[in-house]
Design a protein around this ligand. Structure first.
Ligand SMILES: C[S@@+](CC[C@H](N)C(=O)[O-])C[C@H]1O[C@@H](n2cnc3c(N)ncnc32)[C@H](O)[C@@H]1O
Length: 239
């Protein structure tokens, strides 16, 4: 069952879906670059690396939005599945897959696999045993982030890699919260410290080789006419 919190996320991101990529173009570019530049730090197994040469490399990007991270990683994987709770985001992602000519190895599926009873259409074997699980800027939108990572980890194969990009925590003054508008009701936590992230990885059974790096370049975006500059991190660990 989809909770009220997840439903609020769906509703807010549904409204943003058509404009997300253009409205947040600077932030989208930063996130895409961070994912591309750090992929071999995250995992040594990609189609263009010695460890991955000739192997099947399956990536699941959860809460993928319009799919820019999935598309950035697609040239280095054999298959990428992006899932999101918002139909609008999935429609945008499908458009982007077509435009970038990636229909051969990227698919976009509307699904909420964090619910107590995940939909049957994403319960088959092709939706398990992923080599890499990616969550970008979405863990802070999950009602129970720790529980969410444990659920997502069930989709990873033994030895699979969990890659998370999210906000470094900061105290937001009240006016900062108001400036964010609607989206404030979709956020469960304003970022994760290294220790919080390590604990969530551990509890999710992703216990090997945990690393957390703060990214120098800030994530810059404008919302309701206010410009925000946030510090983000990238984390990785192996199941
Ligand atoms: C801030 S956007 C991030 C989009 C993209 N990953 C990126 O890095 O730009 C958060 C995304 O999480 C999705 N989302 C929120 N809660 C979700 C849930 N429970 N299951 C799946 N997707 C969810 C939203 O629809 C939205 O596309």
């Amino acid at each position: 069952m989809t909770t009220d919190f997840a439903e609020k996320n769906r509703e807010v991101f549904e409204k943003q879906s058509r404009t997300y990529r253009s409205e947040f173009s600077k932030a989208v570019e930063t996130l895409t670059n961070v994912a591309k530049h750090n992929r071999t730090w995250v995992s040594d197994t990609w189609t263009d690396t010695e460890a991955g040469n000739g192997k099947e490399i399956k990536v699941l990007e959860y809460a993928c939005g319009p799919g820019h991270i999935s598309l950035a990683l697609a040239p280095y994987a054999t298959r990428v599945i992006g899932m999101d709770i918002s139909d609008g985001m999935i429609d945008e992602f499908k458009k982007n897959i077509r435009e970038e000519g990636r229909s051969d190895n990227v698919v976009a599926i509307k699904a909420n696999i964090l619910s107590d009873s995940p939909p049957a259409e994403v319960s088959g074997p092709e939706f398990f045993d992923f080599d890499v699980l990616v969550v970008s800027m979405a863990t802070h939108h999950f009602e129970h982030p720790g529980q969410a990572l444990s659920r997502l980890s069930e989709r990873l194969k033994e030895g699979g890699i969990m890659m998370i990009m999210d906000l470094v925590p900061e105290e937001l003054p009240d006016y900062g919260m108001h400036q964010m508008g609607d989206v404030v009701h979709t956020i469960s936590k304003h970022g994760f410290s290294l220790e919080e992230m390590r604990t969530m990885y551990d509890n999710a059974g992703v216990k090997t080789g945990f690393k957390y790096e703060v990214i120098d370049e800030p994530l810059v975006f404008t919302k309701n006419g206010n410009t925000f500059e946030k510090t983000i991190f990238i984390a990785r660990g192996q199941k």
